[in-house]
Design a protein around this ligand. Structure first.
Ligand code: ADP
Ligand code: TRP
Length: 352
């Protein structure tokens, strides 16, 4: 019998999950668990690169675990674990860093973005490298942020994963992971790591837009619909979403804010419903109030059952502990095997 391909993905423990996380990642986690050997984790070490708050971190890890479970990730089918429960990851992160260039890390889009945020500067086309080197120790970019892609590559490579279901914004990190895998294999003349690819069921990786008219839905953008939003809150958010003044002539091009709402609708509503509103836009009969009501209704059909299960799970300490303990054991077993191979290949051998 063929062994199943290994799937691995994680989400940073930085807050509750929103519709972007759900369609970009979590819904795929659930779909894949029947056909693959799946491993899903909470990236608590990665969260430290931007939000080092001890109390919040622990709460966030628990919330996301409960959200994974509530959304349908099944601990009997998939391995669910917490990144820091696998110390082998931290050791291999040190080892892999020896084969990673500072330059390639500094050129990563997410690094530049987050480094600018940590320094409190805008992207004015200036060389970020000079600004970083020039900063004093009060206003600094932490080194963990720079080596974020190494840690992510290790999460993936230490489990020898083949498929990594993530949203479009993670493509560059995956590209680096493939590069590091190739580099390690060829430097040592081994065939240790597979080159992982994104996974999206034949479609394009999704980018879920926010409700504020432009850009993506994201925690730091403050434009999110959370999976655990109360019904009233969720309806209010959707009804307040940015639109435009309405089409002035038949068949006008659709403005970005309205296109965003239709994209959300494509993810949550029946295809006929979306078509109906597209047609109404084309013949200028569209009423945004109706569109938003329908959209809120269809989003709630997805999120309310998740919210209910979440509320049951999130305070069940014993259940959560059981799930992550079992997950950590499975994840560590594989990680320890890979780490032993890496140490041997790199010449780290014992005398006793
Ligand atoms: P955030 O951007 O809100 O901080 P994360 O960076 O923690 O979210 O993302 C976790 C996962 O969710 C990743 O796989 C990411 O690609 C996916 N994701 C986040 N936001 C979106 C979005 N708006 N559209 C599609 N996928 C998303
Ligand atoms: N960088 C990912 C994000 O921000 C989270 C992550 C960390 C991850 N390690 C990973 C995703 C390994 C997939 C595989 O969303």
């Amino acid at each position: 019998m063929n062994e199943k391909e290994i799937v691995l993905s994680g989400i940073r423990a930085t807050g509750n999950l929103h519709l972007g996380n759900y369609y970009g990642a979590l819904s795929k986690f659930v779909k894949m668990q029947n056909d693959y050997d799946c491993m899903y984790f909470i990236a608590d070490l990665h969260a430290l690169t931007t939000t080092p708050d001890p109390e919040a971190l622990h709460v966030n890890v628990r919330n996301i675990l409960a959200e994974y479970l509530a959304a349908g990730v099944d601990p009997d089918k998939a391995t669910i674990f917490v990144q820091s429960d696998v110390p082998e990851i931290s050791e291999m992160y040190l080892l892999l860093n020896m084969h990673v260039g500072i330059g390639e890390l500094m050129r990563t889009a997410s690094f530049k973005d987050k480094a600018r945020k940590q320094l409190g500067i805008k992207d004015d086309g200036q060389d970020i490298e000079k600004q970083i080197i020039g900063t004093d120790s009060n206003k600094r970019v932490n080194a963990g942020l720079l080596t974020y892609p190494t840690l992510m590559a290790v999460d993936i490579l230490i489990q020898k994963a083949h498929k990594v279901p993530v949203g479009k914004d993670q493509e560059q990190h995956l590209e680096l992971t493939r590069r590091f895998a190739r580099r390690f294999n060829s430097f040592y003349g081994v065939d240790l790591f597979p080159e992982p690819v994104n996974f999206d069921f034949g479609g394009k990786p999704v980018k879920v837009p926010g409700l504020d008219g432009s850009g993506k839905m994201g925690k730091s953008e403050g434009n999110c619909i959370y999976l655990v939003d109360e019904e009233k809150v969720l309806r209010k958010k959707v009804m307040r979403a940015v639109t435009d003044e309405g089409p002035k002539e038949p068949n006008s091009p659709i403005s970005e804010p309205v296109a965003n709402l239709l994209t959300l609708m494509e993810l949550t509503s029946a295809p006929e419903t979306v078509q109906q509103f597209r047609d109404a836009y084309a013949d200028c009969s569209i009423r945004y109030g109706d569109l938003k009501k329908q959209l809120a209704e269809d989003i709630l059909k997805v999120t309310l059952p998740i919210r209910e299960r979440y509320l049951d799970i999130v305070n069940d300490d014993a259940y959560i502990a059981r799930v992550v303990k079992q997950g950590a054991e499975r994840a560590r077993e594989r990680a320890a095997k890979t780490l032993a191979e890496v140490r041997e290949i790199m010449g780290i051998r014992k005398f006793y």
